[in-house]
Design a binder for this molecule. Structure first.
Ligand code: PLP
Length: 454
């Protein structure tokens, strides 16, 4: 719904009444929010008529691109038929049944059961309760510690923020809650440069083993990680990391959980990041690309080992009023079907993903203050450094990143700064010509940035 107000009026009302997530209200109100009014494909428009390239697919979520006409039509029809009914207490509805069937088809083998939520954070919290329940119904209630990673991101609820490793989030609200442990992230550039990436991958996996042994395997319920850490700055582990983590989890009978909220639904060129990184979790959490952000919905995919115990285990006293909401489910179904039947995920794997990686490296590889240029599929990053030869980072982590991000934004390109990592994750429908357009703007912005930091 848009009313005929001026940008200034929207900004004033926004400042007066709207508390924004992850935003310093003071600096927001000084600058005024940018008012986004329309989207089409990979582009957005603001209320002043500027056309913006969205190199982040919103918050890594608009996989199918903006402005699809079929998804609103599906929503409208579903609202007319059945706008709402719940899935508690032995009821279901066709939209959620069809979605579950489709998701079991696109999921890796052995994932035939799905629990619905409204967001990534709720998926993570659901998973946390589920793994503890899994061990408790088998007579092991003490096996309840969850191990996450520093700089991992698992959402903003008390559970998700605790499991995540963002210390600036822990500092607010007395987090983490008890029963959560963290290990260091598999970031070769920072922690492993005296080894080959493959050696470092094994060493980083051993941090997981050390933590399991420190806590005691009989107390550890699960290890949880993003296949590729997204908000932590697109940290791609060496190829040896995940298979070794899987071996360790099996050895100590610890559940392995992948948080696929960003990596899921084609972002890495496979349907799920676990397939790109070569491991098989017991459970994985999703949201974002499940509906491409057209409506809020999340899903926890439960592998057979866990599902068999849950199915035999009686009531799981957990759920949300909108678990499996019919309109969100119908839209997610249409979205996933389009990602599959229109060959969008296949294109990321075979065409646009490889092209993006080649162009990304060619565009950024030769800048003096850019290092560790990396990516896979349509998720990529690089790190701003003070001295490339010595791999020295800038002294105040995040300042250079924010400066660079702001230059992009002024030039109508959205890419994100995670500290001094610059990352991008455009809609999966981006074409080769649009990749050229996006990286052309980004390259010119980097030239400006380098002149400023010199
Ligand atoms: N898990 C991961 C890996 C995420 O990246 C995010 C959000 O960025 C979440 C969980 C939380 O998702 P939401 O913001 O939908 O609650």
């Amino acid at each position: 719904m848009q009313t005929a107000r001026t940008t200034e009026q929207w900004r004033e009302l926004d400042a007066a009444h709207h508390l924004h997530p992850f935003t310093d209200p003071h600096s927001l109100n000084q600058q005024g929010a940018r008012v986004i009014t329309r989207g089409e494909g990979i582009h957005l428009w603001d209320s002043e008529g500027h056309k913006i390239i969205d190199g982040m697919a919103g918050l890594w979520c608009v996989n199918i691109g903006y402005g699809r006409k079929d998804l609103p039509e599906v929503a409208r029809r579903q609202m007319e038929d059945l706008a709402y009914y719940n899935t508690f207490f032995k009821t279901t509805h066709p939209a959620v049944v069809e979605l579950s069937h489709l998701l079991s088809e696109v999921a890796p083998e052995g994932f035939r059961h799905i629990f619905y939520t409204n967001s990534g954070s709720e998926s993570v919290d659901t998973m946390m309760r589920m793994v503890r329940h899994f061990w408790a119904v088998q007579g092991k209630p003490e096996k309840k510690v969850l191990i996450g990673r520093w700089n991992g991101y698992h959402g903003s609820t008390i559970g998700g923020a605790s499991l995540g490793g963002m210390t600036y989030m822990h500092e607010q609200g007395d987090l983490p809650i008890p029963g959560i442990e963290h290990v260091e992230q598999p970031w070769w550039y920072k922690y492993g440069k005296d080894m080959t990436p493959e050696e470092f991958g094994l060493a980083a996996a051993r941090w997981v083993e050390d933590k399991i042994l420190e806590v005691g395997p009989e107390r550890v319920a699960a290890f949880v990680g993003e296949p590729i850490q997204g908000a932590g700055g697109v940290i791609i582990p060496p190829s040896t990391y995940w298979p070794e983590v899987e071996r360790i989890c099996r050895k100590y009978d610890v559940l392995l959980v992948a948080d696929e909220v960003i990596c899921g639904f084609g972002r890495t060129g496979e349907w799920f990041g676990q397939q790109t990184m070569g491991f098989r979790p017991d459970i994985f959490t999703t949201a974002k690309g499940l509906s491409s952000g057209y409506l809020p919905i999340g899903a926890v995919f439960v592998g057979d080992r866990v599902a068999n115990v849950l199915v035999a285990g009686g009531d799981f006293n957990h759920g949300f009023t909108y678990s499996g909401h019919p309109v969100a489910a119908a839209v997610a179904h249409a979205n996933v079907k389009a990602l599959r039947d229109e060959g969008i995920v296949d294109r990321v794997k075979n065409e646009t993903g490889p092209y993006m990686q080649e162009r990304w490296r060619a565009t950024f590889g030769n800048f003096d203050h850019v290092d560790d240029v990396r990516g896979v599929g349509l998720i990529q990053g690089f790190t701003l450094v003070r001295n490339k030869a010595t791999h020295e980072l800038f002294p105040e982590w995040g300042t250079a990143g924010t400066m660079c991000r702001d230059i992009f934004f002024e030039n109508n390109l959205i890419m994100r700064a995670c500290g001094d990592h610059i990352v991008a994750a455009p809609p999966l429908v981006i074409t080769k010509a649009e990749i050229d357009e996006m990286l052309g703007v980004a390259g010119r912005c980097l030239e400006r940035f380098e002149k400023v930091v010199r």
